[in-house]
Design a protein around this ligand. Structure first.
Ligand SMILES: Nc1ncnc2c1ncn2[C@@H]1O[C@H](COP(=O)(O)OP(=O)(O)O)[C@@H](O)[C@H]1O
Ligand SMILES: [Mg+2]
Length: 430
């Protein structure tokens, strides 16, 4: 069996590593991947880009994988899963039409409203004037959420109780040519309160397997200070949420798949639901149509199954039943190591090209409690692994409790080093 994975980060490394553990998988090619993931047995990389469609399809046909797993949202929103299905290449990943659950927040809100999926109340507007008028009619002390209707890499949402900040978000998203985000419509949402949780399922259109739950940390510094990032780490909660909340989350997965099928947009692939939970009530904040990064690195190490069995069935639309395969016995804590300067909001260059030192025994962990997943790394002319991107690598530690996993992660991270390295000290300090 040969599996091809699209993407280059820690998420794709974690998927490749989990697949490498299957006795049925002979090789895993990650496109474009990164040189750090090649340390994992059976894993190679190929500098293939989906952005040149004809060349991409031709090369995939040559490589002839048994199935393809699409990691990030961009290729999904651009229809790469559709191209592969047209060529009869089995793929794990939704069509561009189904990927709108993530690529259009307004599509997702209308969908949730139509199929009775709990979510914050909302309003859409198409002009700055209309946006300002609406904001001025609100009691701002309750807060408001302003969202752009586009894939914005975590930069398209403003949560505030300040009228001027809400107004500048409206202007930036709709009219400001200097803003990196541009959208024709924006979404206002009621501000929810509570604790956030992400839930993950692998879906074949009709059935799904529950992969588990995770809490993540988005801000760059401890105590949730500093700018937003792609994710600084996270953990698998234990004893929370309650069984009754898990049943409500199950209902969300079930209704989502049924609704998508009814709309003629059958959903195949990973479904990631962002939730706000307060007093056992759940509300869906957003859908993502792929695994999370770093949530994949949190969930894969404790999954006690052969991932290949499930991915193969999903790629061939043959799960046949919905089951929960999430880990009940173990917890995992994941800490992301970033380059100095990340997330570089003022465009100052990152401190890169620094050799990374770490205990090499973790390249192929024998006791399975520490796993390294590489992201923004490269090799220098001495063939040393150096940091080349914002999020460089992550350390996942597994324990029988979250506390134990956290202690292990932080005790080992002292042995990792590169110039400018930064990580949060408070991951899983619940
Ligand atoms: N209605 C809401 N009420 C309170 N907080 C919200 C709401 N919507 C979003 N948020 C906060 O903003 C974050 C980002 O919003 P989300 O819709 O997940 O966008 P994205 O992940 O695409 O940037 C959420 O993780 C949550 O912390
Ligand atoms: Mg989100």
């Amino acid at each position: 069996m040969k599996v091809l994975i699209l993407g280059s980060g820690g998420r794709e490394h974690a998927l490749a590593w989990k697949l490498s553990r299957s006795s049925k998988v002979d090789s895993i090619i990650v496109c474009p991947g990164n040189p750090g993931m090649e340390i994992t047995p059976k894993v190679s990389t190929d500098n293939l880009s989906w952005k040149e469609k004809d060349n991409f399809i031709k090369r995939i046909e040559q490589l002839n994988p048994d199935y393809v797993v699409i990691g990030p949202e961009d290729p999904l929103a651009n229809g790469v899963a559709d191209w592969l299905r047209e060529k009869k290449i089995p793929v794990v990943g939704p069509s561009a039409a189904a990927a709108k659950l993530e690529s259009s927040k307004i599509f997702a809100k209308n969908f949730m409203q139509k199929y009775d999926i709990p979510t914050a109340s909302f309003k859409t507007v198409g002009s700055v004037e209309e946006g300002y008028t609406y904001l001025e009619s609100l009691p701002m002390e309750k807060g408001i959420v302003v969202k752009a209707d586009a894939l914005a890499g975590g930069k398209g949402v403003v949560v505030t109780d300040k009228l001027d900040l809400a107004k500048s978000a409206v202007y930036d998203f709709l009219d400001n040519k200097d803003c990196s985000i541009s959208t024709k419509e924006i979404l206002f949402e009621e501000m929810l309160r509570g604790k956030e949780l992400s839930a993950f399922a692998l879906c074949d259109g009709t059935n799904y397997v529950t992969l588990g739950y995770a809490c993540d940390y988005k801000r760059v510094f401890d105590n949730d200070l500093g700018p937003n990032t792609g994710g600084m780490g996270g953990y698998q909660p234990q004893g929370w949420p309650s069984e009754s909340v898990k049943r409500k989350i199950d209902e969300v997965f079930r209704k989502t798949l049924l609704g998508m099928e009814k709309e003629g947009n059958t959903f195949n692939g990973f479904l990631f639901v962002g939730l706000m939970i307060e007093n056992e009530e759940i509300n869906v904040i957003e859908y993502n149509v792929r695994m999370g990064d770093p949530e994949t690195q949190i969930l894969m190490p404790t999954l006690n199954i052969d991932l290949h069995d499930y991915l193969k069935k999903v790629a061939n639309h043959s799960l046949n039943e919905s089951i929960d395969i999430s880990s009940k016995q173990k917890s995992c804590v994941h800490i992301v190591l970033t380059s100095g300067g990340y997330p570089s909001i003022d465009k100052t260059p990152l401190n890169t090209n620094n050799p990374i030192s770490y205990p090499v025994e973790y390249n192929d962990p024998t006791d399975g409690s520490i796993h390294l997943f590489f992201a923004g790394v490269n090799r220098n002319n001495k063939n040393e692994l150096v940091n080349s991107g914002g999020r460089v690598m992550g350390v996942s530690a597994v324990g029988s409790t979250t506390e134990e996993a956290k202690e292990l992660a932080y005790s080992q991270i002292k042995n990792f080093n590169f110039k400018g390295m930064h990580y949060r000290q408070d991951i899983a300090r619940i």
